[in-house]
Design a protein around this ligand. Structure first.
Ligand code: NIG
Ligand code: FE
Length: 422
């Protein structure tokens, strides 16, 4: 069992490599909480100490390795069709601008999501959440951001609420109305920033449809000043703040996130030295997304080692989305964390558990197998725990429990993305 037990906060520096590994271990769960963790031979004494009758105990034997449920702290799981043409055009050497000009890019997904019925988006999202869960993600952050108008952003956020309502995975909703400037505001970008601040954020907060607000802070999308304006408005309405920062070009997004007390800044492939120092001195979690760079065919990556060594809290996530990262597998991202980012096996485990929970403000509740923590557990069919970040592309997850209950395996093949309009 890999417990990741320790302080209920993000881990930094050497702490990242300090996951507790117990052999022949047992975990006692009561309701949705972990009540005890220790050597299996002590479990019987614990039962009597707690005065629990044998008949009241369900014993589940797990072969392999048990981990805390993985936390995917950055996804864009509510979308319609996959963007296969973008992928092929990129393979043939077209750049981002040309692809967008040919009708691809984020705005293609925006047209699609605007036109699609809410119940169809819900069915697609449920199937994707089942797939994320089958790969071990028990808590999943999901962003809006393919609506870019009040009605469609709210439609996406209701889909997130409804897809998470009956469990078994926990979905954490983030408002990303500032993912791109919609075409109808192309020549009056400041008006769109005002719409986001004065109308969309207050509505989302009032209807309690999101717990956080994110902005794509990137030259040519939302600059640092606009990002600050939007996130300060979000703050005033009680939302936590997050940034897509320093993804393609460095622009000071990491520094802004640290200054605003963001729960996380995400991407960071182009972060500056000053940005690294700012994060190391802050509580903001650095969320790295190596699957995105790999899928886009880039050969650069975020400076993960330098971030860890500087003392920043590093997490990993899928960035699951139709344009730049169509993967639902955190274990695949863990493999990339080791082989592309130069992280150690233990560091990538911390990065998808304790630190990913911290990136959502949940470090006190999940991400560890420890007394008082939520009983979200994942078992993998491996004999050495490090294999979870080794068998590239295989799904090693054998069982998943959320809030102490076993999740049923996802039903047969599911459709993850329809091309045809309903
Ligand atoms: O995180 N960077 C901006 N947003 C997404 C890409 C979304 C898309 O291409 O649809 C990302 O990579
Ligand atoms: Fe993203």
């Amino acid at each position: 069992m890999v417990t990741c037990r320790g302080p209920a906060r993000a881990r930094r520096g050497r702490e990242l490599a300090d996951v507790e590994v117990l052999h022949d271990a047992a975990v006692l769960v009561d309701g949705d909480r972990v009540t005890w963790v220790g050597p299996r031979h002590e479990a019987r004494d614990v039962h009597s100490a707690f005065r629990i009758p044998q008949s009241a105990i369900d014993v589940v034997e797990v072969a392999g390795v048990l981990f805390p449920g993985f936390v995917d702290c950055h996804t864009h799981a509510v979308f319609g069709a996959p963007r296969l043409d973008d992928q092929e055009r990129r393979a043939l050497g077209e750049d981002y601008k040309t692809i967008a000009a040919l009708g691809g890019g984020i705005l293609q997904s925006v047209r699609d999501v605007r036109a699609r019925r809410e119940e169809d988006l819900l069915a697609l999202t449920r199937a994707r959440v089942a797939t994320l869960l089958a790969h071990g993600s028990t808590t999943i952050e999901v962003k809006s951001g393919y609506g870019l108008d009040p009605a469609t952003e709210l439609k996406q956020l209701r889909v997130i609420r409804d897809a998470g309502a009956s469990g078994p995975a926990t979905l954490i909703p983030t408002f990303l109305g500032a993912h791109e400037v919609p075409p109808e505001f192309r020549d009056r970008r400041a008006d769109y920033v005002r719409l986001v601040c004065d109308h969309m954020i207050p509505t989302v907060a009032r209807e309690r449809l999101a717990v956080a607000c994110d902005v794509f802070c990137e030259p040519g999308v939302f600059d640092v000043a606009q990002t600050r304006t939007i996130l300060e408005a979000a703050r005033r309405h009680g939302l936590a703040v997050k940034l897509h920062a320093d993804e393609l070009e460095g622009s000071g997004g990491a520094e802004l996130g640290a200054a605003l007390g963001a729960t996380s800044v995400d991407h960071l492939a182009a972060i500056s030295e000053a940005g690294i120092r700012a994060l190391a001195a802050s509580d903001t979690v650095a969320v790295l997304l190596p699957a995105t760079l790999a899928f886009l065919g880039k050969h650069t990556h975020a400076p993960a080692r330098r971030l860890v060594e500087a003392g920043a809290a590093v997490a990993l996530a899928t960035d699951f989305n139709p344009g730049s990262s169509p993967t639902m597998s955190l274990p695949l991202v863990m493999v990339l964390g080791v082989s592309q980012l130069g992280l150690r096996h233990a560091e990538v485990v911390t990065a998808v558990t304790v630190n990913a929970a911290a990136a959502l403000g949940l470090a006190g509740d999940r991400g560890q197998i420890a007394r008082g923590f939520r009983a979200d557990l994942v078992s993998c069919g491996v004999s050495d725990w490090r294999e979870v970040a080794y068998w590239m592309g295989a799904n090693l997850v054998t069982a998943v429990w959320t809030g102490g209950s076993a999740c049923r395996p996802s039903p047969g093949p599911v459709c993850l993305g329809f091309h045809v309009q309903a």
